[in-house]
Design a protein around this ligand. Structure first.
Ligand SMILES: Nc1ncnc2c1[nH]c(=O)n2[C@H]1C[C@H](O)[C@@H](COP(=O)(O)OP(=O)(O)OP(=O)(O)O)O1
Length: 168
């Protein structure tokens, strides 16, 4: 049986640019990604998303300004964990992104996202996000570089999507 672990992933948009961070340590090291991490027991998912963003690049958002735009699931061949990732975006934020111990932030044009230095699945679902679509993606990996199989689908309403799931 798979053990689910809940994560957040936040993208900040500014006109035709998106803020990404180069992970400096730990899981996903040397990959550009959005900002996020585990949800602590004492916080809501939105609070966790805002906290991780601030911890990782010193940008502040109000949890209520975060829009839930997607849900991603990651599993790894031979491993019992399912990473359950809620994806958020917003263009309402405060502060200039600053480097932290965990992330080096940088603005990228939406047309110049560095997919060669990102998780392989990002190349598949970023186009949905950049077109303003809501979506669900499920990716099964061998190791951390090879996608064995995946599914992606557009979603009309995230609330309806979550209502139809057994948990989270
Ligand atoms: N495949 C893929 N594509 C895009 N984004 C992700 C993945 N896998 C992922 O894990 N992620 C995202 C989901 C989270 O935002 C991070 C991973 O969180 P992590 O840094 O491990 O969590 P923290 O709580 O910050 O961990 P600590 O290092 O502080 O313990 O990547």
């Amino acid at each position: 049986m798979l053990v689910k672990k809940l994560f957040t992933l936040v993208f900040i948009n500014n006109e035709d640019q998106i803020l990404l961070g180069l992970k400096k340590r730990g899981f996903g090291v040397k990959k550009w990604n959005g900002f996020g991490g585990k949800v602590e027991p004492n916080e809501t998912i939105l609070e966790a998303a805002a906290r991780e963003l601030n911890e990782e690049c010193c940008v502040s958002v109000r949890p209520s300004d975060l829009k839930n735009i997607a849900h991603l699931e990651f599993t790894f061949e031979g491993q019992p964990t399912l990473m359950d990732v809620r994806v958020f975006s917003t263009n309402v934020f405060e502060g200039n992104p600053k480097e932290t111990e965990e992330m080096l932030p940088k603005w990228f044009k939406n047309t110049e996202v560095p997919f060669d230095d990102m998780w392989p699945d990002d190349r598949i679902w970023f186009p949905y996000m950049l077109q303003g679509k809501k979506f669900f993606g499920k990716f099964h990996y061998e190791g951390f570089d090879k996608i064995l199989n995946y599914k992606i689908e557009e979603i009309d309403c995230m609330k309806t999507f979550y209502a139809g799931r057994k948990s989270t």
